[in-house]
Design a binder for this molecule. Structure first.
Ligand code: HEC
Ligand code: HEC
Length: 386
């Protein structure tokens, strides 16, 4: 039972007790008092649910410069990996610095439409490299770097997935319209996510350890990454902290003081969207955010007006449309971007309203509205789809 259901049931019980209290003669005031007390508590709990969830701090970005991953115990290394992947590692929820849960499910059976569910990946990785499609698929990239070769072990497959997502594209998960020739997954050791090899060793250790499998040694994992990432391209441990690239840190609640150009990085918008004039050059899960051109077009479309009639969408202006897209992605789903198994569900996360203040969202909307098709063209972003 979630908090809101609990609070509402408490309210219901409280009212029932009060009604009961008013009907019986003896002990009336006591029963009424209990009911009243519960009404107040229940009422407060419901009210608290309408406030944005204060999620506290993002896990402090793990400063790997001071950690020697080669001597860390497997448990500690796996813990570090979980903290890089998740915002709340214990509950396996929210996206941490690695941003993986923006796209991947991690729990067996969890719906994971944007990207393969990573439950069972250590075993599946071993099977992938033996499958014919791994050897015969032709994508936009032949190998991670000239002469690097392809993966021959499970850990090499995982390292290749992270360092060269397009080297092999899991069939059905390629960029829309690319015929599985291009992966929408960002290169994990490059900006904006830019995990160091030490951080990737921690992530991979967790992927194995949480299945009860014995992870390869840090030395073997490092060798797998060094096979695919030439020396010059290896991010230095701790470098991401200094550069602040991509790592969401500080409070999750962003405010009007945060620059829109930073918000789109911290909130992971650029993992899915290309956004002209910002660091968002590669996102390929959602439409190019050139809202100066799109927003007006969307709200005047018959599809949008049908959603308004149905009581699902309510934007009257382009700015309202953008704010609605951020806070309630299911209000209107740009055609071609719904989940396949669940056409009423947008692929975009639904919890941004809990992570940004109203003024942060309003500033962000103004900024996105200032970007139009001409700005997108100038940045070489040809609006694919929608
Ligand atoms: C923007 C969305 C996105 C993000 C963020 C992302 N991935 Fe992916 N990932 C994908 C998609 C889509 C695929 C399938 C296409 C392909 O093979 O590249 C994939 C494939 C993979 C695979 C291969 C899965 C298989 O079944 O063969 C692994 C492993 C993986 N990702 C790990 C990660 C990890 C770890 C992170 C975080 C550090 C991450 N991904 C972040 C979208 C994403
Ligand atoms: C996991 C991928 C993902 C992330 C992360 C994401 N989006 Fe989206 N977004 C989508 C998809 C897919 C659509 C199209 C489907 C829809 O309309 O809901 C979309 C639609 C939109 C639209 C409507 C675009 C149009 O042209 O009509 C806006 C605006 C938008 N997103 C803004 C944002 C912002 C701002 C962030 C970060 C705070 C963000 N998105 C994060 C996937 C994502």
């Amino acid at each position: 039972m979630d908090k809101l259901t609990f609070a509402l049931s408490l309210l219901g019980i409280a009212i029932a007790i009060m009604v009961l209290g008013s009907k019986i003669k003896t002990g009336k005031s006591l029963v009424f008092t209990i009911g009243f007390f519960m009404l107040v508590t229940g009422g407060f709990a419901s009210y608290a649910n309408w406030l944005p969830q204060t999620r506290g701090e993002v896990p402090a970005a793990v400063d790997t410069s001071s950690i020697n991953v080669d001597t860390l115990s497997t448990d500690k290394l796996a813990d570090m990996g979980a903290k890089i992947i998740f915002d709340d590692a214990a509950a396996m929820k929210g996206a941490g610095k690695g941003q993986c849960p923006l796209c991947h499910g991690f729990k067996a059976g969890e719906l994971s439409e944007r990207a393969p569910n990573l439950a069972g990946i250590p075993t599946r990785a071993g099977a992938r490299i033996k499958a014919d499609v791994y050897k015969t698929q032709v994508t936009g990239v032949k190998e991670a770097c000239s002469g690097c070769g392809r993966a021959t072990t499970a850990i090499e497959y995982i390292a290749e997935s992270h360092s060269c997502p397009t080297c092999f594209v899991v069939p059905g998960f390629g960029v829309k319209g690319s015929n599985d020739k291009e992966s929408p997954m960002p290169v994990i050791h490059k900006a904006p996510i830019e995990l160091s090899i030490d951080e990737l060793i921690a992530v991979d250790t967790w992927l194995f350890a949480r299945e009860g499998a014995t992870p390869p040694s840090p030395k073997d994992i490092r060798a797998a990454y060094e096979k695919f990432i030439p020396e010059a391209d290896r991010p230095k441990p701790g470098k991401t902290e200094e550069a602040g690239a991509g790592a969401p840190k500080g409070p999750v609640i962003l405010s009007g003081a945060d620059k829109p150009q930073d918000i789109v990085v911290k909130m992971g918008c650029i993992a899915c969207h290309k956004i002209p004039t910002t660091a968002g050059k590669f996102g390929a899960v959602g439409p190019v955010l050139m809202e100066g051109t799109n927003a007006k077009k969307r709200i005047s479309s018959p599809e949008y007006q049908a959603r308004v009639k149905a009581g699902k969408a309510r934007a009257m202006t382009p700015k309202e449309y953008i704010m609605e897209s951020i806070t309630d992605p299911n209000a209107f789903i740009v055609s071609g971007f719904a989940q396949k198994a669940n056409p009423g569900e947008s692929l975009m996360p639904k919890d941004f309203a809990n992570k940004m203040t109203y003024s942060a969202i309003s500033n962000l909307a103004d900024f996105l509205l200032s970007l139009d098709a001409a700005a997108a063209k100038k940045d070489g972003m040809l609006p694919a789809g929608g």
